[in-house]
Design a binder for this molecule. Structure first.
Ligand code: SAM
Length: 286
């Protein structure tokens, strides 16, 4: 059978006393073909140890369990944990972890596959990036969020999230999934994204300065760099003239560039200038 009908989902939810909660992103995929396409993108073999976040009623988990050597599923909702335990009762290579994916210790795995609860997209993505040494992650997000992960300089979607994310990883879109592939139907389209960690290490003198700079200037994405630097310095109670010193000491940067157009490498060079100025005592600590 290729579809879990809405009626079937409804009766499973009733059986396990689960009332779908938007805050927990509880929209369940109803189409097993879509689930298989998501799982296929991870190219899982019997040597892979896979983590799924938010197993729900197990539509992705069933495919993952079929191919992986070992599958860990984290699920927060007690009723859904029971549903997953029943589904995988006779499959010892599937381990279900009841808990909050933002808090539990992650097991050692090499692939991640998940239809994420959208309310925690950002937090869970950065937690995965920082805590797990994975080869590939296939994750489904709200389309608007996915667009920002893959954005390039010059795009309207190029934002602070883009820069933070692309510091750690690369993302490419796999496919869009319409809202009618879920029950209950979310209000938005979803997008599946393939994430791999950056292999080349970027030369950042101080990560702290880099992220402070990005978080300090990207609230003003339409502004020119020089103006955004001034506003940020003023908000830190620092002399806004320091912006000229920063620009003068960063080769190839004029100050009239729009923030949305500045590639990450240039932002790194600006942050390295700031780190040098601080170290030389020509600028106060941030
Ligand atoms: N994988 C299923 C599917 O594709 O139909 C369910 C996906 S649904 C979008 C998100 C799932 O994540 C729900 O089962 C929800 O209970 C679970 N969830 C929500 N917040 C969570 C959290 N903080 N930690 C772990 N699971 C969570």
């Amino acid at each position: 059978m290729s579809f879990l009908s809405k009626k079937e989902i409804y009766s499973l939810l009733q059986k396990y006393s689960v009332r779908p909660d938007k805050k927990r992103g509880q929209s369940f995929l109803t189409n097993r073909y879509v689930a298989k396409k998501i799982v296929d993108a991870a190219k899982i073999s019997d040597s892979d140890i896979v983590l799924e976040i938010g197993g729900g009623l197990g539509i992705l988990s069933e495919w993952l369990a079929k191919y992986a050597q070992k599958l860990f599923i984290i699920e927060i909702e007690t009723g859904l944990v029971q549903a997953l335990k029943d589904l995988f009762e006779h499959q010892n290579h599937v381990a279900i972890i009841e808990g909050d994916a933002l808090e539990v210790d992650f097991p050692r795995i090499n692939k991640v596959v998940a239809n994420l609860p959208y309310s925690i997209s950002s937090e869970i993505t950065f937690r995965i990036l920082k805590k797990i040494d994975f080869e590939v992650a296939i994750l489904m997000y709200q389309k608007e969020f996915a667009d920002r992960l893959v954005a390039k300089p010059g795009s309207r979607k190029y934002s602070r999230l883009t820069i933070d994310f692309q510091y750690y990883a690369h993302a490419e879109k796999i496919m869009d999934v319409p809202s009618n592939a879920f029950y209950p139907e979310p209000a938005v389209t979803s997008t599946v994204v393939k994430i791999t960690k950056r292999e080349e290490k970027m030369f950042v003198k101080s990560e702290d300065v880099f992220f402070k700079l990005v978080h300090g200037i990207y609230p003003y994405p339409k502004k020119q760099l020089g103006n955004a630097l001034k506003i940020w310095l003023e908000r830190l109670d620092l002399n806004s003239d320091l912006s000229r010193l920063i620009l003068k000491n960063t080769a190839g940067i004029e100050g009239n560039e729009r923030l949305r157009e500045i590639p990450q490498e240039s932002l790194i060079r600006i942050s390295n200038t700031i780190a040098d100025l601080i170290q030389e005592g020509r600028m106060p600590n941030l």
